[in-house]
Design a protein around this ligand. Structure first.
Ligand code: 3VV
Ligand code: FAD
Length: 667
């Protein structure tokens, strides 16, 4: 999507491409219809000055937030006026490219009501939420507890005399803290609180609590609510009003408890449904699956900037070639950059699969089939963890790959990092989530002789074979076989999981022993997730990939798998499945892959189809006209509003004219 000034500094790069660019764009968008919607919405946002991102990193928090409200309001108005569909509206908000209260309203408040509300409750709340007559947030985390959901302290005590719940924050640590959209925008909060009936604590349940007046937006009586303060980085996540919330014996009607999983009757009787209580965590599962494709989008933005800039940037030369070399020619640059490019493709493919996995589990849940829930939970938690960690580190690596200019906000990378890095913490701290995967693996292994593992854990059914047979690769090209690769990842994961399971099984089963082994448990969870990523990338390629792009996707898939193998060589070697020589052979193959990527690199990032507006980067411009725009950009800096800086008279001039230093000088 070219929106530069017509002069294409990267034309030579683009001419080298060996694949069908248009087909790749459609593949990455998820289909022709999605591609068309994406293109239309990207242009709509790029051409609307209200959505401009120009000054975001320079705005003070109050202005930044107000501007963000303006954009969110304008986006909603545009959606209504143009009669956009739900998918179009989602895309439009995506291209507005600012964390804001609507993310939580649409992404968590509504899904939680759908998942945990009875039909009657859905009927009452969803129409209001869909037309945004109310704005909701997801108020789970408190000052004292985030990961440990069972440790939350807010109480909802049933009062049968009035048929109400009394919402209360009994301690400082029970203050709701972090929910996005809560600070200033929301009118309603989906509050997770301990349900108490007749002095009995039934644990954590969800309640819809009105928190602000629908008349004038003031906090309701006995509700204390506000924004928690400035967060990491300029711009970034500061467009979001992450908030605090306290209740002082606030009464809400009994019907405001979401009652699909458990009910409190008028006379105060607590009745559980026969559905697993973990369905109360459903909104988190929904967002975690969506985060995988989100990771691909963020990583692809950073990679687009770094690849284009690396093709423009020249440093040094060699005696064999005239002029200076493009930095993308350097093997070290390639070995840092191309695996990230391949990773962005891998996460896209796996993200598509995640959507189908989620659709499948939802269908099953509707039919009261809960059998795949543990596996889906482990899979969404694990892949959320790995993909966000790798993406955050990858954005930072791309910044370094752009040298000094990457450190300028004009590169787009500092803000991208600041906006993205909290993904490693929100929706579940990444280590906590890997420990969930590890628990799932231990449970699966402990039952393997009785219950055949399913889905992404099915390979553990072959644990005996995977533990005894070693890798047969004897020459580099033996690695160019997806079953050989898959078996290596399966054997490594199975062996790591079995080793730690065995160690725990030999012990007393105490929590202390479990804690002692958590580093190994996290490593084995990571191994399992890396296997899922490699295997699903391969599987996606093998199911109907168009001819014009298959070869490139295969190259990217091998690049991804080999770089995972090499980056984790220590683990692979420690399991005894592969030898040092086999790893060395994979390294050579990886270099061959880099050679295949090199002529296609710029086209491969073009295929992500990010507009210049969306990238917001002088280094990643489509036309490659980097230097002109970096230079022009400096004149937008507020320090350059005047030639002589504000502060000269008061602070610089005295230093220059009083010559304070001179009396002490020996000169
Ligand atoms: C329309 C738009 C859509 C767009 C969407 C796409 C992309 C969006 C991108 C960007 C927008 C979002 C912007 C940011 C939003 C940020 C929001 C937040 O941060 S909300 C707060 C998150 N808070 C956490 O995640 C806490 C983490 N803690 C937990 O999840 C749990 O408490 C955990 C996992 C640590 C468990 O702790 P235990 O052990 O005390 O849990 P016990 O409740 O006793 O449950 C244990 C059993 O339940 C299973 N389990 C746990 N979680 C499950 C789950 N989610 N599903 C199913 N089973 C689960 C376990 O496997 C275990 O099973 P067994 O007993 O071993 O069989
Ligand atoms: C930008 C942002 C937006 C957010 N939005 C929302 C929102 O909309 N709604 C909402 O409810 N919440 C929200 N949160 C809160 C978020 O979900 C929590 O911060 C997150 O779940 C982590 O919990 P915590 O802060 O309690 O971390 P902690 O659990 O205190 O983690 C601190 C450290 O301790 C480690 N640790 C903790 N327990 C263990 C253990 N058992 N074993 C080993 N290590 C452990 C962790 O790995 C981490 O390194 C948001 C957070 C952020 C940063």
């Amino acid at each position: 999507m070219q929106d530069g000034n017509g002069l294409d500094h990267l034309a030579g790069e683009r001419a080298m491409a060996q694949f069908d660019l248009q087909a790749m764009k459609v593949y990455l968008a998820g289909g022709q219809r999605e591609y068309e919607i994406s293109t239309k919405m990207a242009q709509l946002v790029a051409n609307d000055p209200v959505f401009s991102k120009e000054d975001r990193v320079r705005l003070a928090r109050k202005d930044l937030y107000k501007n963000s409200l303006r954009k969110a309001g304008h986006a909603w108005k545009t959606i209504l006026e143009k009669g956009l569909s739900e998918v179009e509206g989602l895309k439009l908000r995506h291209f507005v490219d600012e964390p804001t209260y609507t993310d939580l309203h649409w992404g968590m408040f509504i899904p939680a009501i759908k998942g945990q509300g009875t039909e009657e409750q859905q009927h009452k709340w969803l129409p209001l939420a869909y037309k945004m007559a109310i704005i909701g947030c997801y108020a789970q985390t408190e000052l004292g507890h985030g990961s440990n959901v069972q440790g939350l302290e807010t109480t909802a005590t049933f009062d049968p005399t009035t048929d109400e719940f009394i919402m209360h924050s009994p301690t400082v640590t029970s203050t709701k803290w972090w929910p996005g959209g809560l600070g200033k925008a929301s009118t309603h909060a989906l509050v997770y609180a301990r349900l108490i009936t007749d002095k009995k604590d039934h644990g954590i349940h969800a309640f819809i609590a009105p928190i602000r007046s629908l008349e004038d937006h003031t906090p309701l009586p006995n509700v204390t609510v506000g924004d928690i303060g400035v967060k990491f980085g300029n711009g970034g996540y500061n467009t979001m009003d992450n908030g605090f919330l306290r209740f002082d014996h606030v009464r809400i009607p009994r019907e405001n408890m979401l009652m699909r999983l458990a009910t409190v009757t008028k006379d105060g009787k607590y009745v559980r449904s026969n559905k697993p209580r973990q369905l109360g965590y459903g909104a988190m599962v929904f967002v975690r699956q969506g985060i995988v494709i989100d990771a691909s989008i963020y990583l692809s933005r950073a990679v687009t900037i770094a690849v284009r800039y690396s093709a423009v940037r020249r440093q040094f030369g060699n005696k064999d070639e005239p002029g200076e070399l493009q930095v993308i020619q350097y093997r070290t640059q390639q070995s840092r950059l191309f695996p990230l490019l391949a990773t962005a493709y891998a996460y896209r493919a796996v993200g598509f699969w995640m959507k189908s996995l989620y659709a499948d589990v939802m269908k099953r849940l509707n039919d009261n089939d809960f059998s795949t829930l543990p596996e889906v939970h482990a899979c969404t938690a694990g892949l959320k963890s790995i993909t966000t960690s790798v993406t955050a580190d990858g954005i930072e690596e791309c910044r370094k790959l752009c040298g000094g200019h990457g450190f300028l906000c004009a590169s787009g990378l500092p803000e991208l990092y600041a906006a993205y890095v909290p993904a490693c913490t929100y929706e579940g701290d990444n280590t906590i989530l890997l420990l969930q995967v590890a628990r799932f693996l231990l449970k699966t292994l402990s039952q393997v002789s009785k219950v055949r593992p399913v889905g992404t854990a099915a390979y553990l059914g072959n644990i005996k074979q995977l533990s005894t047979q070693n890798c047969k690769v004897s020459q580099g090209h033996d690695w160019l076989n997806t079953s050989v690769l898959l078996e290596a990842f399966e054997a490594r994961s199975a062996r790591q999981a079995a080793a730690v399971a065995l160690r725990l099984a030999k012990g007393s089963g105490s929590e202390a022993e479990f804690q002692e082994n958590t580093p190994e448990l996290v490593e084995s969870a990571r191994a399992h997730c890396q296997l899922i990523l490699v295997s699903k990338f391969i599987e996606q390629l093998q199911t109907g990939t168009p001819e014009g792009i298959r070869k490139q996707l295969e190259v990217l898939c091998y690049t991804y798998a080999f770089s995972q193998l090499i980056d984790n060589a220590g683990d692979f070697l420690a399991t005894g499945y592969v030898t040092g020589n086999q790893i060395a052979l994979a390294k050579e193959e990886l270099k061959h892959m880099f050679d295949k990527i090199r002529p296609n690199a710029v086209a491969l990032v073009d295929a992500f189809d990010h507009t210049d507006d969306y990238l917001g980067s002088a280094l990643g411009r489509y036309d490659g006209d980097v230097y002109t725009h970096l230079y022009k950009g400096a004149f937008k800096e507020s320090l350059n509003d005047t030639v002589v800086v504000d502060g000269y008279e008061e602070y610089l001039k005295p230093v220059l004219t009083q010559n304070l230093w001179a009396p002490h000088s020996k000169l």
